[in-house]
Write a protein that binds this ligand. Structure first.
Ligand SMILES: Nc1ncnc2c1ncn2[C@@H]1O[C@H](COP(=O)(O)OP(=O)(O)O)[C@@H](O)[C@H]1O
Ligand SMILES: Cc1cn([C@H]2C[C@H](O)[C@@H](COP(=O)(O)OP(=O)(O)O)O2)c(=O)[nH]c1=O
Length: 215
């Protein structure tokens, strides 16, 4: 199915700068005339708000299922309608976050891929990274929002897991852009993303394609 809008997702370790960069990217694209809708996961509906509110004590497979259920509902009720209305959708956290955050909770990747097998794949999956010390510094300045941001060892583990997630997404034929933000301002990062974004979504990505899946 062709669709006119582009789904651009931003993922990366907690505190790396996703929300800040997404705001800069939305401003940049709007300045250049693109209709933009910004959103986030967990989404801003009842299921998403429940998931966000309880993610500190619902863990592992149960949290993975909640996040995936919210994602399917988010796609159906918000993302796909906006894409169909020719808007670019910028989403703060999406599939790559699942491939990292749920693994921090000990959930195996094959389970996560099965659970997310039918989600809409992004036209561009941006993975923001930075030196772990820089991420820790940004987190300290901003303050931790949830349990995954409280352990000082987590940024280094997340950086490594996002490198693995990049390879998984590439095997799924998702265009991936990894950007190191250690030395870049949010607006410089936003400009790089805008340069790399596909002109419009003119290719069909088979959302059933799985890494190493011979289908
Ligand atoms: N180069 C940078 N890019 C993005 N954010 C940065 C940068 N330098 C510092 N920050 C700061 O890092 C903090 C965390 O950013 P935030 O967007 O909340 O992260 P996330 O959404 O990834 O958790 C914010 O205080 C932000 O202003
Ligand atoms: C998108 C996503 C979020 N989450 C969880 C992690 C966090 O507990 C919560 C939201 O994280 P986050 O976006 O970092 O929160 P904030 O907007 O306050 O900075 O959702 C997952 O566990 N898996 C996912 O795939």
């Amino acid at each position: 199915m062709n669709r006119p809008g582009r789904l651009i997702t931003l993922d990366g370790p907690g505190g790396v700068g996703k929300s800040t960069t997404l705001a800069a990217l939305a401003a940049h694209l709007r300045q250049h005339g693109a209709p933009v809708h910004t959103t986030a996961e967990p989404s801003d509906n009842r299921l998403g708000r429940f998931t966000r509110a309880h993610a500190d004590h619902i863990r592992g497979h149960a949290l993975a299922c909640l996040v995936a259920a919210d994602r399917y509902h988010h796609i159906e009720t918000e993302i796909r309608p906006r894409l169909d209305a020719a808007q670019d959708v910028l989403c703060d956290r999406y599939l790559a976050s699942t491939l990292v955050v749920q693994r921090l909770d000990g959930v195996p990747e094959p389970f996560l891929l099965d659970l997310n097998a039918d989600v809409l794949l992004p036209d561009l999956a941006v993975l923001l990274t930075a030196a772990p010390a820089t991420i820790r510094q940004r987190l300290t300045t901003r303050g931790a929002h949830h349990r995954f941001e409280q352990d000082p060892e987590t940024p280094a583990r997340e950086v490594r897991l996002y490198e693995q997630a990049a390879r998984t997404l590439e095997r799924m034929k998702v265009p991936v852009l990894v950007l190191d933000t250690t030395e870049a301002t949010p607006s410089e990062t936003a400009e790089r993303i805008a340069e790399q974004a596909p002109p419009y979504a003119d290719t069909v990505i088979d959302s059933h394609t799985r890494p190493d899946d011979p289908r």
